[in-house]
Design a binder for this molecule. Sequence first.
Ligand code: NAD
Length: 252
Amino acid sequence: MPGLEAQIQEIAGLLTKARTAFALTGAGISTESGIPDFRSPGKGLWVSTQLMDVLTSEVLQNEPERFYKAAMPLLAEFAAAEPNPAHRALAELERLGHIYGIITQNIDGLHQRAGSQRVWEVHGHLRTGSCVCCGRKQPFARLQKSYEEGEIPPRCPACGHMLRPDVVMFNEPLARDFFDVHDLLYGGCDLMLVVGSSLTVYPAAGLVTLARDLVIINLQPTPYDEQARVVIREKAGEVLPKIVAAVRDMSP
Ligand code: NAD
């Protein structure tokens, strides 16, 4: 088993040689920003709550008050978080031309806030919400304000129907970004750098099969570890800045 320094050098070499590399990120990249993930042992969100049962399109439609009371405190926490060194390192890899862009399962918007330009948000985002009837969009902050003022669920100012966050709930189809990036990956992906994902949520996890080479940085084992060229089980916020430094050292 090679040491961490050798693994970092190998990843930097793969990034430098790849013609088209993408990062695929999950909830684990944002835990160092204080947002809990879903599946880390002992502290993932599923452990303390029954969120999976509530964050569904059925509960949103049929029991909107229950949905909002469970979801809004959590979503407000996501929206208030700040990017960490892992988000900033991926933004730097894009700026240096070593990754083309980031496919994220996260809804927290931290990649863009760290400076990443090309981000595909396959599970939606927290910048806006939409009316379930007329489709008009509102800033997410407006949904938050209405909720805090006791309007549960928040209502569309135009037609009075319920507003919903522009986030993909369980049992809903993925966001348009998923299909766009799926087509792009078919066009060629030499390398996928997976960061902070258990790779168990489909169809997003299946995107890794479209890459020629795979690198995984994740604290826990994933079902794709055996297929990866390099697997590092360390914190993303500690490893990714070292990869950026190694890539810089290799550049002419
Ligand atoms: P997951 O919770 O299934 O897995 C997260 C993985 O990250 C775990 O295997 C864990 O070992 C690893 N991890 C935790 N901290 C890490 C760190 N500092 N460095 C490296 N690895 C670390 O996450 P998932 O695969 O993204 O699936 C969960 C779903 O929940 C996603 O689809 C996402 O939409 C949603 N979600 C999003 C957020 C967010 O936006 N920040 C947070 C929670 C859940």
